[in-house]
Design a protein around this ligand. Structure first.
Ligand SMILES: C[S@@+](CC[C@H](N)C(=O)[O-])C[C@H]1O[C@@H](n2cnc3c(N)ncnc32)[C@H](O)[C@@H]1O
Length: 310
């Protein structure tokens, strides 16, 4: 049987959807923005906070500031989440002088002290490109910590299934012997997600120095929020979560303290509504070179695998 992707809710043409879609973007400090939201009003918070690494948008390069901010953020985030809502916090590593601190370890410690917040997955987001390290292995993953508020929560697995590697597998014993063993709708995508990061030639690249990809947020939204549910990103940067929420027909509230980033977010939404290609689809396979492209050809002085094996 042919693989059929999981059914997505049928969306009307974009022009019509605009009228019903509701997106609110603010130039504001995240703490003030969160303080203004109503108690238990949000279905999903998905965000990537500043890592305090001294980037252009960081207030400092100190891990102590990261910790202090997260101690303040945790109760604000939990207050606005609905019971059964989800909190997806995307972080990488704080690197200073070659010493690495996995930020999710800090986030986990602080967030799990909150009553009613339970970790459901530590999702590894892996990608192929980045800085080539010379004194340690090159970093090619970050994480998303997915917490739920309460024990009863939304999880729509069917909306995010992916094709099986071996769809033709059959039960080899028992009463179902000989029958196909996989789910015809596809398999669980697991907690390791390979999604290209947004580098210079990526269709989503803007002037923001550190975007996460739309597809990463799309998967989270499809699985964790019902259509028309409310998604919030208090550190929205270039508005990636706003684009993903709009594509997925969910409501969106977000803010960033930097006016020029909010401008970028608005322009991305305008492009999306104008029908311009604005994102890399979640379903698009990762590009594998055929070997015939100039950049995939090995110069004669490069080592082969056999010269590397010893
Ligand atoms: C890692 S970036 C988020 C990027 C975003 N996920 C995207 O795809 O573009 C963190 C963002 O937090 C913003 N930020 C820093 N401190 C803030 C604060 N106190 N309130 C709101 N936004 C803040 C920065 O301007 C930056 O855009």
């Amino acid at each position: 049987m042919l693989y059929r992707p999981p059914k997505q809710p049928k969306l009307p043409p974009f022009k019509k959807r605009q009228k019903t879609a509701s997106v609110h973007l603010a130039v504001q400090d995240a703490f003030k923005f969160l303080a203004k939201l109503k108690n238990s009003s949000v279905d999903l918070i998905v965000s990537s906070p500043p890592y305090c690494m001294g980037k252009e948008y960081d207030k400092s390069a100190s891990i102590d500031d990261f910790i202090a901010d997260h101690r303040k953020l945790a109760p604000l985030l939990v207050r606005v989440l609905k019971d059964g809502g989800s909190l997806c916090w995307q972080v990488g590593h704080h690197v200073h002088d070659g010493v690495v601190v996995p930020l999710d370890a800090i986030v986990y410690q602080i967030f799990s002290e909150q009553k009613d917040l339970y970790l459901r997955n530590r999702i590894i987001w892996t990608f192929g490109h980045g800085v080539h390290a010379s004194r340690r292995f090159s970093g090619r993953h970050e994480t998303i910590l997915w917490f739920t508020k309460g024990r009863d929560y939304e999880f729509n697995l069917d909306s995010v299934r992916v094709p099986q590697k071996y769809p033709g597998k059959r039960h080899y014993k028992g009463p179902k012997k000989g029958e196909w063993s996989g789910n015809p709708r596809g398999k669980n995508p697991s907690d390791v997600w390979e999604i290209p990061n947004v580098k210079s030639r990526h269709v989503e690249k803007t002037a923001h120095p550190c975007q996460f990809p739309v597809a990463l947020v799309q998967r989270v939204i499809r699985a964790l929020v019902k259509p028309r549910g409310l998604v919030v990103d208090p550190f929205m940067g270039s508005g990636t979560s706003a684009v993903a929420a709009t594509l997925e027909h969910r409501l969106f509230f977000g803010c960033d303290i930097n006016r020029s980033y909010v401008k970028i977010a608005r322009s991305r939404l305008r492009k999306l509504k104008g029908g311009e290609k604005s994102h890399r689809p979640l379903e698009e396979p990762i590009f594998t070179p055929r070997g015939t492209e100039a950049v995939a050809s090995r110069p004669s002085h490069f080592w082969t695998q056999s010269s590397l094996d010893c």
